[in-house]
Design a protein around this ligand. Structure first.
Ligand SMILES: C[S@@+](CC[C@H](N)C(=O)[O-])C[C@H]1O[C@@H](n2cnc3c(N)ncnc32)[C@H](O)[C@@H]1O
Length: 220
């Protein structure tokens, strides 16, 4: 088998395993604070909402009555299959659809959404700057971006370990870059960061522990 084809077969197998294992891998984090962070953040979601990299649909049941319509962007077929099952099992009424696409090219017109949501995803998208730029395009002026992201550490020693372990971690964690400076990427974007908490991903390894949680908006 050619190296490229072998890589593809490996990716497919690993991607299937990662999707199957994802909820269990995050269970301790969710139960020890991450779930509460998600709930508090998503209480601010309003109107037409787009969530990028929705994964297995962990956020799905946390959207409240102020959400009119939910668009879930997820390019990975294994994650998408789990998300589709969760959507089918759901009992509450917010209309929701899964769109198999990448955050870097969201197949919607400018100014379509009131709120964008990114949780634990700007670490993984291949081009986070393009993804944030694309969110700024599809969110209307005055609309919001809500985010929880694990990020590059402010502590130089931890950041050095994040740089050293970035490659093996990326391999193990299905494309996740543990050393991304997502706060800098947000600050350099069209979004204006209006609140940001610096915290820790509960029950996690030090290289993925530094966390930012907050909201940003586009100028009206
Ligand atoms: C670590 S998981 C996070 C899942 C979920 N957002 C959560 O909070 O648990 C990262 C997700 O980003 C997705 N992803 C990877 N590349 C992407 C891209 N270019 N655009 C959108 N999502 C992407 C992956 O398939 C995966 O579902």
């Amino acid at each position: 088998m050619a190296a490229g084809a072998m890589g593809k077969a490996y990716d497919a197998t690993w991607g299937r395993f990662f999707a199957a294992y994802y909820d269990r891998a995050l269970k301790a984090s969710e139960e020890n604070g991450l779930g509460d962070m998600r709930r508090a953040l998503l209480a601010d979601a309003r109107g037409r909402v787009v969530e990028i990299g929705a994964g297995t649909g962990t956020n799905l049941d946390l959207y409240g009555a102020e959400v009119e319509d939910l668009t879930l962007i997820e390019p990975d077929p294994h994650m998408g299959a789990r998300l589709r099952d969760r959507l089918a099992a759901r009992t509450h009424a917010v209309p929701a659809r899964l769109v198999a696409a990448s955050a870097e090219t969201i197949p919607f017109d400018d100014d379509t959404f009131d709120t964008a949501v990114a949780t634990l995803v700007l670490c993984t998208v291949p081009d986070p700057v393009a993804a944030i730029t694309e969110l700024a395009r599809v969110v209307r002026p005055g609309g919001h971006l809500l985010f929880i992201e694990h990020v590059r550490s402010d502590d130089p020693k931890t950041a050095r370990w994040q740089d050293r372990l970035e490659k093996p971690w990326r391999f193990l964690a299905d494309g996740c870059h543990c050393n991304r400076d997502t706060e800098a990427n947000l600050s350099a974007s069209a979004f204006q960061v209006e609140s940001i908490d610096h915290g820790a991903l509960p029950k996690s390894m030090p290289i993925v522990r530094p966390l930012i949680l907050g909201s940003a908006h586009l100028p009206p």
